[in-house]
Design a protein around this ligand. Structure first.
Ligand code: NAP
Ligand code: MN
Length: 266
């Protein structure tokens, strides 16, 4: 059987150098690197930052093989390997000294009056006004109305997205062993005129969140998934759930989430 590994690199000069070096090391270990992304590969290696990892998984339609990242980017929170420890990574990989961390994206079904489309976020789904006006929306959880939100918008974050936009907006960092959906408000208005929760709300992973926009001033709302915008006119409902799909991340034995958080953030 052919030993196939996909390599997905961004276009930075540094990534291209790492890619070239990695290909020659893998070739000497009898791995083949397909020219086009191959669904039958045993591993996909992303070279770049978090954005490269997020894009790769999305562009190849959430493939099931494990992913591992080599960080040549800015933050590289998802990325497990650095260019200087590629040899150690290959050694541990060949010895199978790793485990697979499964993460689940968040899924939105965005419905207009005539049809629904899906959006998937590995980090989060963001719902915002697309102009500079306040947006107003009713939010229900498991078909119980919980609030009429007014403000800039909301983030619905996965546990692994909790360290991204969610965290910059005052949301909590979630330990990856806890399965939740977190709703974090963006500049919520809490006055006599409008009442919104001002903190994040943390829900079980199997909750169904429904959002019903109120169109008082405008009729367009922006939905973005991991920073990728989906613009639709006259959205009447957005239904948000945890996706059943798994993304498989390769982790080595010394991977520790909280060590990484303090290294990257403090
Ligand atoms: P980007 O503009 O480069 O992302 C902003 C920063 O978020 C980058 O430093 C990125 O890391 C980092 N990041 C991405 N996922 C992360 C995670 N799970 N934990 C910690 N940091 C993370 O755009 P991008 O690289 O395509 O990433 C898309 C993400 O950007 C979105 O999913 C959203 O979470 C985030 N974002 C954040 C803000 C904000 O904080 N105000 C606003 C918009 C979007 P790299 O440097 O390694 O790429
Ligand atoms: Mn980025």
């Amino acid at each position: 059987m052919q030993k196939l590994i996909n390599i997905l690199s961004n276009n930075s000069e540094k990534s291209k150098i790492v890619e070239k070096n990695l290909i020659s090391k893998l070739n000497s270990l009898d791995f083949k690197i397909p020219k086009e992304f191959d669904d039958n590969a045993q591993l996909s290696i992303c070279i770049g930052g978090d954005g490269s990892f997020l894009n790769a998984v999305r562009n190849y339609d959430f493939p099931q093989m494990p992913f591992v990242g080599i960080n040549t980017g800015h933050l590289g929170f998802f990325q497990e390997v650095y260019p200087y420890n590629i040899d150690t990574f290959l050694d541990l990989y060949l010895k199978k000294e790793y485990y697979i961390q499964k993460i689940n994206p968040v899924e939105a079904s965005i419905c207009t009056r005539t049809h629904c489309v899906n959006a998937i976020g590995i980090n989060e789904i963001v719902i915002k006004g697309d102009k500079s006006r306040t947006i107003h929306m009713n939010i229900s959880v498991n078909d119980k109305m919980i609030q009429n939100f007014s403000g800039d918008g909301i983030i619905i974050s996965t546990p692994s997205g909790s360290t991204a936009y969610n965290y910059s907006s005052g949301g909590s960092i979630v330990d990856p062993s806890i399965k939740v959906l977190q709703i974090t408000p963006l500049s919520p208005i809490n006055t006599n005129a409008y009442r919104s929760f001002t903190s994040s709300v943390i829900l079980p992973h199997d909750a169904t969140i429904k959002i019903f926009p109120e169109y008082r001033f405008e009729n367009s709302i922006l939905v973005s998934a991991d920073g990728i915008e989906h613009k639709h006119e006259e959205i009447v409902k957005i239904e948000i759930t945890t996706s059943q799909m798994d993304i498989n991340l390769l982790r080595f034995k010394d991977y520790d989430f909280w060590t990484k958080v303090s290294e990257k953030f403090l």
